[in-house]
Design a protein around this ligand. Sequence first.
Ligand code: IFM
Length: 461
Amino acid sequence: MPYPQFPKDFYFGAATAAFQIEGGWNEDGKGLSTWDTFMHAPRYTQHLRAAEFAVDAYHNFQIDLDLMVEMKQNAYRFSIAWARVLPEGRVGLVHKVNAKGLDYYNRLVDALLEKGITPFVTIFHWDMPQALEDVCGGFIGRDGATYYADYAEVVVKALGDRVKYWITLNEPWEHAMFGHFLGEHAPGKRNPWAYFRVAHHELLAHGLAVERIRALVPDAQVGITLSQFPVYPTKDTPKNRAAAHFADLFVNRFYLDGLYRGVYPESLWKRLWPFTPPIRPGDMDVITRPTDFLGVNYYSPMFAYHDWRIPFFQAWIERTTPPGTEYIEDEILGAGPYPVGIYELATRYRDEYGNPAVYITENGTKADDQVEQDAEGHITRVRDPYRQRYLELYLAQLARAIRDGADIRGYFVWSLMDLNEWVFGYTYPMGLIYVDHETQERATKDSGYWYRDLIEHQVAK
Ligand code: IFM
C-alpha cells in the first residue's frame, strides 16, 4: 500500500495524558486528583501500580522523547496534571503554585523544542484536583469553570512563551458521561443532572480559558478536543433512525453546536427537559469565543436503537458493530474498525461547521502485540500487524478527506507508548512504543516504524 500523502507543514505526532504516563502521583508537592482517589478504591487494587507509577514519565521523559525523534515525529500532545501545578486546584493568597510541578513541564517543553518537536498541550485531561471536587464538585459547580480558567492562566503564563498550541479540554463528553452519569470513571457519580451541569460548565470553562490564553499569548493557536462518533441505527428502522439522530445530538452536536453555533440542539431539551443545565445569560457568548482549531478524537462509530424503557432518552447506544452491519472486511482487521468514519467526520465539519482547521488529536487501537526477545531477555522486535493495518487504513481515509477539501492540519496516534488506560491499568496497550512495565525497557513496535516510514515518505511540497 503506498504511503498516503499529507499537506506541507502537516503535524505527525502521538499523544498521551498526564495521569496515564507520569506516575509520581504524590511527589514534590503534587495534590491528589479524583483519579488518584478513585483508583485507590479496593476494587482497583490490581491496577494500583499503573495508577501510581504509570510509565514513570515524571522521572524520565527523555527515553520516550528519543524514540519520538527516531520515529521522525514533529509534534507531541501531552497534558498537564492540574493538581501537580495547583495542589489544591486553586490559586490565590492562600493557595499556591507548586513550583516543582511547573518546573517539570518547563523541562519537558524545553527538551521537546530542543529536538524540534512542537508541543501541543492539553490543559485538562480528566484529572480534576480532589480538593476542587470537595469544594464544588469539580465542574458540577459553576465555580469549577472559573477555577479552571485561573489554572489555565497559570500554566499559559509559565509556558506560553514556548508553547503555541493549546487544547483547553480533552473529551468533555467522556468526562461528563463516564464520570458523572455512568459512574465508571472518576469521580464515580451516577447522576443525569450532574452530567448536564458538567457538560455545560466544561464548555464554559473552555470559553473562559480561550479569552485568558489569547490575552497572554496573542499568537497562540487555541482549540478544544472532542471525541466524535458517526452514529448509525443498529437495524435500519424508522424508530432506530430517530434513535441514532437523537444519539448524535447527545454525543456530538451538543458540543459542536454549542461551540460553533452558540446554541445546544433544541430537540435535545424537548426530550431531556428535566435535565436542562443552568445556562446563564452570556454563557453561550463565552462558549462560542472563536477558536483556531478543533481537536478530534476518533476511534469507532456508535450504534443506537430505540428502547421505550429507557426514561427520557428512549434510546440506547452501543459501541460494538452489530452483526450484519460490518462496513469493511479486511484480512487483518476483520470487520470491527471503521476507517471511513474519519472521512465522514472530517467532511461533516467541512460541510456543516464552516470547515475549521482540524487536528486529529487521537486515533489508534489496542492490538495483540507479539514481543520477541534475545537470550538476555531484551526486546528485539514487537510485531503488531493489526495496529499497522489500522493506521494504514485510517490515514488513507484522512488523506482522502484532505483531498476532498477538509482542512486537516495534523494527526496524533493514541498513544505514544503503552500506558495506564484508566480503570484498565496496563491491560489495554495502544502504544507505538512497547513498554515492559517491570523493567521500563522500551521498544518501538513495527507500527511505529511504519509511521516513521510514512513520515519519511512524504513527497516535498
Ligand atoms: O486512553 C484514552 C484517552 O485518555 C482518551 N481517549 C481515549 C483513549 C483510549 O481509550
